[in-house]
Design a protein around this ligand. Structure first.
Ligand code: FAD
Length: 500
């Protein structure tokens, strides 16, 4: 059996290694357009920021190491340019020599990833505008930062890559402004949770321009690039990083007549098989099911790509592995803060037509009496009636990653909110509390489900009667109240509540 893999990073490299482990005799060819395979996309921003200093650390494998360990024929700087399904062969262009040759296959795996979206705006071709996807892109940004010594940057897009670049450029001393089209950064979060991230970014000197649309760029005589905005005046900076999202790299699949899904992604079944039974596709290029809503979704993350690569290899080797859907579990470091989410947020749940409720809590990362504990803010979204867990968002410092993974597991297992209280989680004072934050969320949801508590949210306040039947209490300390409070709320600290 001869398997050809297009794309040699997350999904492709995993599929290649798995194929070899399952079939010692398969002929495996992996084609990669860039000069590197199995590179650490997720580590790229940290090379720019100087956290990762050895460029060799960015590539986990080389063509030689792949060949030595797995006897896989890895070819970098080779671009697949056409799939001929009829004769089961692909046309490949050697980017070093320009030569085009044919490579036959019995099974083909597409793992071409997603390309950075580059909006068609005036001035977009400026040499000072960068995107970040490949190792080569990273060296370009890094080289520019090292040699041109820019003092300022505009980062367009406040998603994962935008924020990671904002942090890393800030760490290198640049004056950084993040321009974001929507009302908040990190679209995986709801606006209320993102507000915490906004404060944190600002406290580290990152300027945020929200609800701002870029209309174009201009190169100025002084060497700066000017970012023009629809809602406010232009921004001048020494460089621009574009991180406005990714789109599936599906041109090959489209031209080969494979079925496509949302936003031109490649349609696959749960075995990762495309509409051609000899062609599999995995990773950022494919349409998946959202594990929580069951709707079609595009979720570009490394975990799903790796798992799907393994599944495609299993099935090619006669197995029956299935991909159950993506939950979108993610975590990001923003300076010293950790932001994580899993499942769907409240906005997405409502858009999917799910009648949902939510709890917010601000537990300590570990027992309050043990030094070093930090508050985290959690929002857990669940379905009304069934109490099925739908999603969670956590913003905080230590222990955020651990709680989100517990919640991700709970959602995957189909647990209800109150079942979180039953989870037997590890505890010692330096690590947690005897009632872990995840258990606490379970207690709260159980209280709601038993009717012990009724919740009102900030968005409900305006609709409450002002005829004296409702008292608006702010139960924080007088100091916290003095720092800022909602209009109409009377301060009555929680510790004084019974007495007064
Ligand atoms: P990729 O890993 O992108 O690999 C696709 C490869 O295919 C590319 O190298 C491309 O050159 C090659 N290719 C495309 N077309 C052809 C062709 N015609 N011929 C030959 N080769 C071709 N995800 C997380 O979960 N956590 C993170 O922290 C995180 N951080 C990230 C940071 C950055 C800067 C970037 C860019 C991505 C990050 N991601 C992160 C996303 C994650 O890297 C991707 O979801 C994952 O790599 C997708 O795997 P893939 O195999 O589908 O595509």
């Amino acid at each position: 059996m001869k398997v050809v893999i297009i794309g040699g990073v997350a999904g492709g490299a995993t599929a290649a290694a798995r194929l070899r482990r399952l079939d010692e005799n398969a002929q495996i060819v992996m084609l990669e357009r860039s000069g590197y395979v199995s590179y650490a996309n997720c580590g790229l921003p940290y090379y720019v920021g100087g956290v990762i200093t050895d460029r060799r650390k960015l590539t986990l494998q080389t063509p030689e190491s792949f060949h030595d360990r797995f006897r896989i024929d890895v070819r970098v700087r080779q671009e697949a340019v056409e799939i001929d399904r009829e004769s089961k062969a692909i046309k490949v262009r050697n980017l070093e020599t320009g030569e085009v040759y044919r490579e036959s296959y019995d099974k083909l795996i597409l793992s071409p990833g997603a390309h950075a979206v580059i909006p068609n705006l005036p001035g977009i071709d400026s040499e000072r505008i960068f995107t970040l996807r490949t190792v080569e892109d990273t060296f370009k940004v890094h080289g520019f930062v090292e040699t041109a010594r820019p003092a300022s940057a505009v980062v367009v897009g406040g998603g994962f890559i935008g924020l990671e670049m904002a942090e890393n450029l800030r760490d290198r001393g640049l004056d950084v402004t993040v321009v974001q089209r929507g009302g908040h950064v990190m679209p995986t979060l709801d606006a209320d949770m993102a507000a915490i991230a906004h404060n944190h970014l600002r406290s580290h000197g990152v300027k945020l321009l929200l609800n701002s649309d870029v209309t174009g760029f201009e190169e100025r005589a002084d060497g700066a690039v000017q970012t023009n905005l629809a809602q406010s005046g232009p921004l001048a900076a020494d460089m621009v990083v574009l991180a406005v999202g990714v789109a599936p790299e599906s041109a090959l699949a489209r031209e080969a007549g494979l079925d496509l899904g949302a936003r031109e992604s490649i349609k696959v079944d749960e075995h990762m098989r495309t509409s051609d039974s000899d062609i599999y596709a995995v990773g950022d290029a494919v349409q998946v099911k959202n594990y929580v809503t069951g709707q079609d979704a595009l979720i570009a993350l490394a975990g799903p790509a790796n798992k799907q690569g393994r599944i495609a290899a299993d099935n090619i080797c006669g197995g029956d592995s299935r991909y159950l859907g993506s939950q979108g579990s993610s975590v990001i470091k923003v300076f010293d803060m950790t932001i994580a989410s899993t499942g769907v947020n409240e906005k997405t749940a409502r858009q999917a037509g799910i009648d949902c409720d939510k709890v917010y809590l601000s537990p300590m990362s570990h027992a309050g009496y043990y030094p070093g504990g930090k508050v985290m803010t959690m929002k857990v979204v669940f379905e009304k009636g069934t109490l099925r867990l739908l999603g969670a968002q956590i913003v905080g410092y230590e222990g955020v990653d651990k709680r989100i993974d517990v919640l991700a597991t709970a959602i995957h297992a189909g647990l209800t909110g109150p079942q979180l209280k039953d989870l037997d989680l590890a505890y010692a004072p330096p690590y947690s509390s005897a009632k872990d934050p995840v258990n606490m969320a379970g207690f709260m949801i159980e209280n709601l489900s038993h009717g012990l508590v009724e919740q009102f949210f900030p968005e409900d306040v305006d609709a409450l009667p002002r005829d004296g039947s409702v008292t608006l209490l702010d139960v924080r300390t007088p100091g916290e109240y003095a720092d800022g409070h909602a209009e109409g709320f009377v301060n009555l600290p929680v510790d004084d509540l019974r007495e007064r």
